[in-house]
Structures are given as structure tokens and as C-alpha cells.
Design a protein around this ligand. Structure first.
Ligand code: ATP
Ligand code: SF4
Ligand code: MG
Length: 324
């Protein structure tokens, strides 16, 4: 196992209260595996992503849990040890490439620096930078361009080139295609796929479950800071267990069946004061319809259970209440 995250909780200590952004999240990513995190805005996907490289933005704090990477708990490493891992063993690509690119420096120099900080000699880094640009389809004569001289898609390809510099073991890609048009999106997805084929594991974030289903091996569904379902793409798409996963799948068009699209009613909760019991209960149609769930879903938190091999769910319909 490459990455094993256990019982991870992350809170933001804001002036208006404690935002329980991520609570009790457990999952793992195998070597050469692509795992996609899906869920509505505010469900905690980016917070989990940033925790893996220990860059949760203030006022956020990892309050508990373990992040085991190749058997080492990243939460126990010193800042210096963590720096050695970031950009080398674990790389990250963001929705807005300008969060990682420096607007005032040539892209070639930024690529070279990404390697020299980890001890690669300058001439070798220059050579490799040109190869990397070629690999992401940026003509090598753009080496001396500044980020603003490139299109959004090209800038994203440069940030992927930087992420690829050391053939990382894990790439964290947080909505890398959201700001791009569909054709450019596809070319970025192809690039990430090629990285996977060379042996990199992928932690991918999107709010689009159909995009998640296209290339991933596994899907993790987050709702209001909780991981509510986790399994292979086949398990999640063909046999979604959690009412929220079912609602997410019904909210996207299906090219084959032309079934009607149904938006999920209501809004995600305020995570300073999440609903008691199952955080999804105020929006869950099963809870609304089944009287016998009253006093359970709205009072007790469902625990994660393994419903079938590798397919995890946290919902009272499948057992897993604290009192069982
Ligand atoms: P999106 O799809 O919009 O990117 P997300 O699933 O990535 O959403 P996060 O950005 O991880 O969600 O946010 C999870 C929760 O933490 C939200 O309730 C959000 O308001 C809160 N949050 C995130 N960053 C901060 C911050 N810097 N300060 C306070 N609260 C924050
Ligand atoms: Fe719906 Fe209850 Fe399952 Fe929550 S635990 S998703 S409220 S049925
Ligand atoms: Mg996000």
C-alpha cells in the first residue's frame, strides 16, 4: 500500500466557530492506483488533499489521524523531512496553475529550480526541463516564456511538467481541469493518465462524478466532511449504496439511457454546526420516506462498514450504528 490515511480529522479554527471540515476519514491508495474524491463544494476534498502534503492552510489544523506514506507517518516527520518528500515523492497540481507558478519568472527557470532544490545539477536540470516541456506538448522554444504568455491549458501543462520532474510516487491533482474548456480538459486528463502508466498513483479531486468514473480505479464520495462511500468505480457506479452517492449519480446526464437529471434538493450543512446523526439526513429521501429511520439517522452517526470486499459505506441502511 502506498498511502494509508486513517481516521483523519481537520478543523478550521475561525473567529465565527470551529469548522469541522474533515472528520474520521479513512482510505488507502495502492501503487499505480487512481483514486478520485468527489462531492459537492465544501465537502472537504481539498482539505484532505492539502493534508497529505501537510499544507492545510491556516486557520486549519489536523486534529487527529495518521497519514502513512510508504509505511512512514507523514504527520510525525520534521518540516525538513517533509520538504524532501514534497515535489519529489509527492507532487501536487491545483485548479489554478498560478497558485504554484511564479508570474515573474520564466517557466523554464521554474522547472529547473523544481529539480535543483532537490539536488539535481543545473545542466542536467536544464536538459530534463526541455524534455519535460516536450512531454507535455509545450514547444521547447517556450522555455523563456513567462506564465502570462501561455494559455490556461498550457500553464496547467507546465505545472504538470513540474509535478512530473521526479516521476513522483503520488500525484495529488485538485480539480486540475475545472477552469479549462472540454478539449483542453481531455488533454490534461491524458497527461495524468500517462503519468499513471509510468507508475505514479493518483489522488484526483473533482465535483463531477462522471469525470471521476472515466479514468479512475476507485472513487471516494465525501459529504459534509465525511467519507460516505468508497469502492471501485464499478462498485460505486453500478451499485451505489449511499443515498448521497445515488443522488450524485442521478444529478449528471447519462448519455446512454437519457434518464431525467435530478438535482439534489437542499444545501450542504454549515460545518460549524453539522446536523446530528447522519450529516446527510436533512436531505436524504430515504430518511424522509422511511418512518422507522426516525430517531436513528437523526440521532446516531452511521459508522463505516465494509459492505462487500473493498466497498465501504457509512449509512444506517447497511448497519454500522454505534450501538450495534
Ligand atoms: P470545493 O469543491 O468548493 O473546492 P472542497 O470539497 O474542496 O470544496 P474544502 O475547500 O476542503 O471543500 O472545504 C471544506 C470545508 O472547510 C468548507 O466548509 C469550507 O468552508 C471550510 N474551509 C476551507 N478552507 C477554509 C479556510 N481557510 N478557513 C475556514 N474554513 C475553511
Ligand atoms: Fe439517509 Fe439515514 Fe443513510 Fe443517512 S444514514 S444516508 S439519513 S438512510
Ligand atoms: Mg476544493
Amino acid at each position: 500500500m502506498l498511502l494509508e490515511v486513517k481516521d483523519l480529522s481537520i478543523y478550521y479554527y475561525t473567529l465565527s466557530g470551529v469548522v469541522k471540515a474533515v472528520e474520521g476519514v479513512t482510505f488507502s491508495i495502492d501503487e499505480k492506483e487512481w483514486v478520485t474524491f468527489v462531492g459537492e463544494s465544501g465537502s472537504g476534498k481539498s482539505t484532505v488533499a492539502s493534508a497529505i502534503i501537510r499544507l492545510v492552510p491556516p486557520p486549519g489544523k489536523i486534529v487527529s489521524g495518521q497519514i502513512m506514506f510508504e509505511g512512514k507517518d507523514l504527520l510525525k516527520l520534521s518540516e525538513e523531512e517533509m520538504r524532501q518528500i514534497r515535489g519529489k515523492d509527492i507532487s501536487m497540481v491545483f485548479q489554478d496553475p498560478m497558485t504554484s507558478l511564479d508570474p515573474l519568472r520564466k517557466i523554464g527557470d521554474q522547472l529547473v529550480e523544481a529539480m535543483t532544490v532537490h539536488g539535481v545539477d543545473e545542466d542536467e536540470a536544464k536538459e530534463r526541463a526541455k524534455e519535460l516541456l516536450e512531454k507535455v506538448n509545450i514547444p521547447p522554444d517556450r522555455f523563456d516564456y513567462y506564465p502570462h504568455q501561455l494559455s490556461g491549458g498550457q500553464r496547467q501543462r507546465v505545472s504538470i511538467a513540474i509535478a512530473m520532474a521526479f516521476n513522483p510516487k503520488l500525484l495529488i491533482a485538485d480539480e486540475p481541469t475545472t477552469a479549462l474548456d472540454v478539449i483542453v480538459q481531455d488533454s490534461i486528463m491524458d497527461l495524468i493518465q500517462s503519468l499513471k502508466e509510468e507508475g505514479t498513483s493518483i489522488f484526483f479531486v473533482t465535483h463531477d462524478i462522471s469525470l471521476a468514473a472515466e479514468r479512475s480505479d476507485k472513487i471516494a464520495v465525501m459529504y459534509a466532511g465525511k467519507l460516505v462511500e468508497f469502492g471501485t468505480v464499478e462498485q460505486i457506479v453500478e451499485n451505489p449504496l449511499h443515498p448521497y452517492t445515488q443522488a450524485l449519480l442521478n444529478s449528471v446526464p447519462d448519455l446512454w439511457t437519457e434518464k431525467p437529471i435530478k438535482a439534489i434538493p437542499g444545501y450542504p450543512p454549515d460545518l460549524r454546526n453539522p446536523p446530528r446523526g447522519c450529516r446527510f439526513h436533512p436531505r436524504c429521501h430515504v430518511f424522509a420516506e422511511k418512518g422507522e429511520l426516525k430517531g436513528l439517522c437523526d440521532a446516531e452517526e452511521p459508522m463505516v462498514i465494509e459492505y462487500e470486499k473493498g466497498h465501504f459505506v457509512a449509512c444506517h441502511l447497511y448497519g454500522g450504528s454505534r450501538n450495534e
